[in-house]
Design a protein around this ligand. Structure first.
Ligand SMILES: [Ca+2]
Length: 372
């Protein structure tokens, strides 16, 4: 009896402390133990209740049987309790394992979510950087002008994007960045002036304009350019004026403008309605260099004008007397410059007899294919 109880007590701690991976094995073991355990009492019964018992029987046999039965019940009860405890601990173990796995899954889930967020952030970073590159970084494609670049790229790039390109005009030793419109009207346009909000300050001295013109590709020899002026009014109406030829004289001739035939919907404000207004062939004037047609002065309306640049809020343009166009016109300061025409001006574009208020303008040029 003592042997069986001792064995059980020795085995049970092992069962109860079984690890998660050994659950099934230990469970089988417990079955084996209980089988083994049920035998010894039966075997042990024989010696006591058998011939040996008769030989030395000092206790009545029925008492011995009762004692044995009590002990058997007691051991069985203990075994039952142990099995129940084992079942409980096994269930607890399984529960703990499942909880632990759930925690691990939760942690993994959180890590996956974190990684996904990082991937998304990175991908939008890449996208943003690509966009910025397109918007700011000049495309490393060279040519005399945007038309030239378009011709060069056309055979190798299926769709040439608009953006900043580097041009190197003929007869110059400098390269510089220009904005090329590659989508508009067949593409290949070099933007020479652009005002999107009409707020840019064009009240600049001659040298500032000279720097700009010095870069212009229109000084190239034996090359003809078309000029396209796109206008947008304050109420979002669009219009245009186009000249089939456009060139500028050199600085020694004050960048005189030469315009070809007009076509468009905004009217030919460059030429206006009479010779006094005609700006074609006019040299450029700025706030500090007066080349305009008011020499020494002219009468416009009831005013005597000496300098068209002064009359037009210190801006630079190809003024005659003074004319109906000034796309460099600066925003008016109504109180200080009452009556002066200082806004973006294209006076032939009218609605109900009143010049439209222009909010944005683009001047762009494109090389014209010639036979020579
Ligand atoms: Ca003058």
């Amino acid at each position: 009896m003592m042997w069986t109880t001792t064995v059980l007590l020795m085995v049970l701690p092992h069962l109860l402390s079984s690890t998660t991976t050994g659950i099934s094995t230990d469970f089988n073991q417990s079955v084996t133990v209980s089988e083994e355990f049920s035998d010894p009492p039966v075997k042990g019964q024989k010696p006591l209740g058998g011939s040996k018992g008769r030989e030395t029987c000092s206790i009545p046999c029925d008492v011995t049987v009762k004692l044995l039965r009590d002990e058997k019940h007691s051991v069985c009860g203990q075994l039952q309790q142990s099995l129940l405890a084992f079942g409980r601990s096994t269930r607890k173990l399984i529960r703990d394992v499942m909880e632990e796995q759930q925690r691990a899954l939760d942690t993994l889930g959180a890590q996956v979510t974190e990684l996904m967020t990082k991937v998304q952030t990175l991908s939008s970073e890449v996208q943003r950087s690509n966009t910025e590159m397109y918007a700011v970084k000049p495309v490393q494609s060279h040519g005399r002008d945007c038309s030239d670049i378009k011709d060069n790229l056309e055979s190798v790039v299926p769709k040439i994007p608009s953006g900043i390109y580097i041009v190197h005009p003929e007869n110059t030793d400098s390269s510089f960045e220009v904005f090329c419109e590659m989508d508009y009207m067949g593409g290949g346009w070099t933007v020479i002036q652009r005002r999107t909000d009409g707020l840019t300050d064009f009240k600049r001295p001659w040298s500032d304009y000279t720097d700009g013109f010095g870069h212009l590709a229109v000084n190239q020899k034996d090359t003809r350019f078309q000029l396209h002026i796109a206008l947008v009014s304050n109420d979002d109406v669009i219009s245009y004026a186009s000249y089939d030829d456009f060139r500028l004289d050199s600085e020694t001739q004050f960048f005189g403008i030469h315009l070809g035939r007009y076509a468009g919907s905004a009217g030919d404000a460059f030429r206006g309605y009479d010779q006094d207004q005609n700006q074609d062939t006019a040299p450029f004037s700025a706030s500090d260099v007066d080349n305009d047609g008011c020499n020494p002065f002219c009468s416009i309306g009831n005013r005597t004008v000496e300098s068209c640049s002064t009359q037009h809020n210190q801006t630079g343009w190809w003024f005659n007397q003074c004319g109906l166009a000034n796309l460099n016109g600066s925003p008016e300061d109504e109180e200080q410059n009452q009556g002066q025409r200082t806004h973006i001006l294209w006076d032939t574009w009218r609605q109900n007899g009143v010049a439209r208020t222009i909010k944005s303008v683009t001047m762009k040029i494109r090389r014209i294919v010639t036979n020579n």
